[in-house]
Design a protein around this ligand. Sequence first.
Ligand code: XMP
Length: 517
Amino acid sequence: PVLVVDYGAQYAQLIARRVREANVYSEVVPHTYTTEQLLAKNPAAIILSGGPSSVYAEGAPAVEPQLFQAGVPVFGICYGFQAMANALGGKVAKTGLREYGATNATTVGAARSILAGMPETQITWMSHGDSVHEAPEGFEVLASTAGAPVAAFANEEKALYGVQWHPEVKHSDLGQQVLENFLFKGAGITPDWTTGNIVEEQVERIRAQVGSSRVICGLSGGVDSAVAAALVQRAVGEQLTCVFVDHGLLREGEAEQVERDFVAATGVKLYVANEQERFLKALAGVSDPETKRKIIGREFIRAFEEAERAIISEAAAEGESIEFLVQGTLYPDVVESGGGEGAANIKSHHNVGGLPEDLRFELVEPLRNLFKDEVRAVGAQLGLPAEIVGRQPFPGPGLGIRIVGEVNAERLELLRKADAIARAELTAAGLDNEVWQMPVVLLADVRSVGVQGDGRTYGHPIVLRPVSSEDAMTADWSRLPYDLLARISNRITNEVDGVNRVVLDVTSKPPGTIEWE
Ligand code: XMP
């Protein structure tokens, strides 16, 4: 793999994604790894990521100089660039000139090495206080900026490279090209990480892990569980049973997508637990958001376990046992919870509405190495319906947390209709890819006066919450065209009984969250 050493900013994952986009397999590792640990992974190249520190700050993560003697190509980015310069005897200094944002970088001499084929100046995205003033011995300076006399350098002979800017962010015009120049020319790597290869490799791994045992898998309607299940189905076919707990809190058409379209596309054996009544009963009279979440989470686990028991006894009747449970864990979850190795950057991961961590089963996690866009590509490769593969994020507790107030069948029905209209219009406008997700929220406890036809109405407002985001950690409200908003508003107020107002949420995150509850 190409190893991306994480210096603690949020850039490492993005770099790893960009490397994958170049069809090269990459992994993120913590900066606490020693040179020995890095080399033990047999890396094709190593990328040192950006980070928040100054190389002179107390406790700043250093790079061991012996890393550069190992004969492995290394690319330093931002902090990694400075740490590399520092470790090899270059000069890093505080210029007092902080560069932040779009900055012109100009080549020193002809464009060459990792800047080969590029114009004399390019727009680069910067975020640094210190600058490299002198390149280490044996390095040539490739580019500079107003605030950074050495903004890119190379030692071709040792295959060591670095840039002060962030090639991984889209604001760096030629960023991906710089990265690919490093991977393909600097490190001589062949790009062979393709969707087809991912499927083949995972299918083999699943077969090796599962053997002839039976496997159980929960489907939520979301893309991750669907792709994980489809991969396991491809690998061990008849040994897999999928469970779909229909809690009645999905959007219009989503239960059918699982029960009909997914099954048709994969041939998976599906056990459906129709639990709509159970969830409605448990949620009756409850309007506190956290209480709703807890109830939905608890009932989901109970319902899943009941289904599980039914499947286990069916299998037992055939003399078989179930030993594996499929989970759609993704690579960002793995990295954020410490990578399963090392101790860097631990953020505990929560997923309300997830499956019980049942120790009776060994986990099968075929998406553990994949980013979300790769999961979608694998899903498409496996022939899953576009509605499932392209589905926007949707919370486990579903519409239960999009009704502000008590949840009941009538309100769910109303919200489902409004949501279906909003989604259909967004799709028709060709703007699905412009928004990260668009929650549609019913303010069930609010009423306002309206007029329709000749009569006064006293109905509920519907909130549209379209947001743009990279990772749901932060978000901004999407500037949807007014005529689209007008169409959605018109249709919802005309077609959905009980709604006489549509409002737009224009709050970023923070301070607002994406969901209302
Ligand atoms: P917030 O509202 O916290 O949401 O800004 C961030 C992202 O997480 C989704 N979300 C959930 N996903 N179970 C999930 O699987 C949940 O309980 C849950 N709550 C929020 C939300 O849709 C957004 O994408």
